[in-house]
Design a protein around this ligand. Structure first.
Ligand SMILES: C[S@@+](CC[C@H](N)C(=O)[O-])C[C@H]1O[C@@H](n2cnc3c(N)ncnc32)[C@H](O)[C@@H]1O
Length: 226
């Protein structure tokens, strides 16, 4: 299973206005647009915003911004998405982010959040440069209860595992540092141990070398404003 096929299976995307919050370089913005959604990608990091503006299809709007202060009008979106980005929003700012999501989503619109678990072979290797155990555990603690304290109704929930293929350890390292360049500060000190962990964890699948990242998707209907 992958993010957009799962989302598309529960919420047809064609013609829907969708915002991809914490879009990174826009991998999933591109896939949402390919399914016919009218996409706005929002990202905090200026370099990723510049890359996305240069490389994504022109019909995807790319804006620099944060989940806590979305650069979007009230009730303007059918769907708000967060793919692996909630745990990057500081814990103390997450309620502000949810209030912003409720502000920009149309009545009966949707909120789709996917968060990675703090386990799996991908996590086991990435943790050498950044251990996200605490922030990921926090996400999985709050998401099942979110509809009890916000005007949200849980419409679907699914756990699935992403499979990520890499050409080599060097390719893997390049990709995970690209996601967060601050990881380069510790990488030289842990590179040898990390390479050994990668070689131990990597699996062969259909002629590719892969790592796996289990995750959970929560799909909510927005019942009203905050
Ligand atoms: C793990 S990456 C996920 C990127 C993309 N959604 C994906 O799955 O490929 C998390 C992204 O969230 C961004 N981010 C960090 N803090 C944020 C915030 N407060 N609001 C929005 N995005 C944020 C990071 O810069 C990063 O690009």
């Amino acid at each position: 299973m992958a993010h957009i096929p799962y989302l598309q299976s529960i919420y047809p995307l064609a013609g829907e206005s969708a915002v991809d919050i914490g879009a990174g370089e826009g991998t999933f913005s591109r896939q949402l647009a390919a399914e016919g959604a009218k996409v706005t990608a929002i990202e905090i990091d200026a370099d990723k915003v510049a890359w996305a503006r240069a490389h994504l299809p022109a019909d995807i709007t790319v804006k620099r911004g944060v989940a806590e202060k979305l650069p979007l009008p009230d009730a303007s979106q059918d769907l708000c998405c967060m793919f692996f980005s909630l745990h990057h929003v500081p814990k103390e700012a997450q309620d502000t982010a949810f209030a912003e999501i409720l502000r920009v989503t149309k009545p009966a619109g949707r909120l789709h959040i996917v968060e990675p678990f703090a386990y799996g072979t991908m996590f086991d290797v990435v943790r050498f440069v950044e251990d996200e155990t605490e922030v990921r555990t926090h996400s999985h603690a709050i998401l099942p209860q979110l509809s009890e304290r916000l005007p949200l109704r849980l419409r679907a929930h699914e756990d699935y595992t992403l499979t990520r293929a890499f050409d080599s350890f060097d390719d893997f390292a390049e990709q995970i540092i690209r996601i967060d360049p601050a990881r380069m500060e510790v990488f030289p000190d842990v590179a040898d141990e990390m390479r050994a962990a990668y070689e131990n964890a990597v699996e062969e699948e259909a002629g590719q070398r892969v790592l796996r990242q289990p995750c959970a998707a929560y799909h909510f209907e927005v019942m009203g404003s905050a």
